[in-house]
Design a protein around this ligand. Sequence first.
Ligand code: SF4
Length: 254
Amino acid sequence: MQFSYSRVSTYQQCPRRYKYQYVDGLKTLPNYDADNPLFLGTALHHGVETNVEYAIQEYLMTYPIATTKHTFEAIKLEYWVGKLKELIENIDGEKVYEYKINTNMFVGYIDLLVKNNDGTYDIYDFKYSNNIDSYMKSGQLHVYKYFYEETSGNKVRNLYFIFIPKISIRMKKTETENQFINRLKLELKNKEIQVKKVKYDAQKVHEFMNSISDIYTEEAFDTNKNRLCDWCPYKEWCHDGNDMNLLVKEVKRT
Ligand code: SF4
C-alpha cells in the first residue's frame, strides 16, 4: 500500500473518515462553493507554474455555473498568483515545481524544490489558508524531507510553508458590486504572503510511520466526533445515516 501525507493525516484525525474514504471508497457530491479550498488551491498551484490566466480559467472551468461569488474569488486568485510568482522569482537557486516523491510506501508532491548554491535543497509548500498555527504543527514538511533525502540522496537544508492569506469579507446589502470589488482590492493590498521556516523534527516522521503501522492493524475504525466534523464530507452519513451526499453507485450497504 502507498501512503500520502493526507491519507495518513486523515486516519490520525478520524479513523472512521479514513475508512469511508480509503477502505469503502465512498465518493461524495462535489462541493461547488465558490471558495472551495481544493479548487482554489489547485488553481493557485498551477497558476504559479504557468500564468494568472491559466489559473483563473482552470478555477472557473471546475464549476458547472459561475456566479458573482466566483468572480470575487477569481479577483483574489489573480492578485495572489501574481504576488506568489513575484516572491518565488526572488528566491535564489534552481527551481522545480511539483517534485514527485515516489516509493513503495510513500507518495507526495513537493510544491517547490530549490537547489541552493552549496548543493543542498530547500522544500517549500504553499498553503492558501490563515490557519498558520495548525499547519506549523503539521508533520508534512518533516515527512517530505525524510522521504526526499531517502530517495534522492540529496541533503535538505531548510523547510518552509508559504501562507497565502484568505480574505473572507462579504458584500454588504448597501454595496454595489463595484464598491465591493474596490473594498476587496483594498483588503488584498493590506495583507501579505508569509513565509514561515519549519525546524525539522524527526519525531514527526516517527509519528507518521507509527500511524501507518496502526492502519495495517486497525479493525474498529472508530469515529472521532469533534468540531472538525463540520468540514467532513461524510458528516450526514456518519452522524445520521443520511446518504444524500453520497454518490449512489459507491454506497456499500451490508
Ligand atoms: S463526521 Fe466526524 S466522526 Fe464522522 S467520519 Fe467525519 S470526521 Fe469522523
